[in-house]
Write a protein that binds this ligand. Structure first.
Ligand code: ADP
Length: 229
């Protein structure tokens, strides 16, 4: 598609852990019929399955460190080549460093990079209250999005769990990794004219309303690179 016209179809969500990327990406992708590609979810599924990728990724993930680029790139490349990525995609949690961003450029052309802007203190609060359904992946929060029955998934009744990397020690490492390795991508995409900021504070529905406006009108050349909704 011609960049600058109509809604964006090749989108990256960028932002610190706990900014709400996964929740928003799942909802928006469902609405638009796009693929939601979360490298974190794919890696967690591999760990649960106990396959070769999962065994290689497990220790890095528990500690809050990045999984080696070649492993992550292989899954992204494979997933984007499937037919269900053809209508559009939202990449959530990828790329996470400059090497991954450059590698991605060799097999996909991005139209929009959304930066989730949020106070780091809020991030820690969000991560500590986060609970996940191990069966369907639905994300809850003890305060802001509690399940109807305490400790159980609304969709399938599974017992909710806390991600091992949402423990305080791992959160600290993840925030450091974000600041050192992922945050430099903001400047990279700003220079390419692809970056738009979204205020990621507030309720999930407030954030999703802002995002919808941004994605619908994503005409990269038509907006100033720092414009923020
Ligand atoms: P969050 O953004 O909340 O930290 P994710 O689910 O995106 O959570 O990622 C969880 C973990 O999975 C990361 O801490 C890292 O170990 C691994 N991971 C996910 N995506 C990538 C990636 N693109 N490159 C390397 N490691 C990744």
């Amino acid at each position: 598609m011609t960049p600058g016209h109509g809604p964006a179809r090749h989108i990256v969500f960028l932002g610190p852990p706990g900014a709400g990327k996964g929740t928003q990406a799942a909802e928006l992708a469902r609405e638009l019929g796009f693929l939601h590609l979360s490298t974190g979810d794919l890696l967690r599924a591999a760990v649960t399955e106990g396959n070769e990728l999962g065994r290689a990724a497990d220790g890095h993930m528990r500690a809050g460190r990045l999984v080696p680029d070649d492993l992550v790139l292989a899954i992204v490349r494979e997933r984007l080549a499937r037919p269900d990525a053809a209508r559009g995609f939202i990449l959530d949690g990828f790329p996470r460093n400059l090497a991954q961003a450059r590698a991605l450029e060799a097999f996909a052309t991005l139209e929009l990079v959304v930066s989730f802007e949020i106070d780091p203190r809020l991030v820690v609060q969000r991560l500590s209250g986060r609970r996940i359904c191990p069966t369907c992946g639905t994300v809850y929060h003890l305060d802001s999005r509690p399940p109807r029955v305490a400790g159980r998934c609304d969709r399938d009744g599974s017992e909710l769990v806390q991600r091992p990397d949402d423990r305080a020690e791992a959160v600290e490492v993840r925030l450091k990794v974000y600041a050192e390795q992922t945050a430099p991508l903001l400047e990279h995409y700003r220079r390419l004219g692809l970056l738009r900021g979204v205020d990621a504070a507030g309720t999930p529905s407030e954030v999703s309303a802002r995002l919808r406006r941004l994605v619908a009108g994503a005409a990269p050349e038509a907006r100033s690179p720092t414009e923020r909704l």
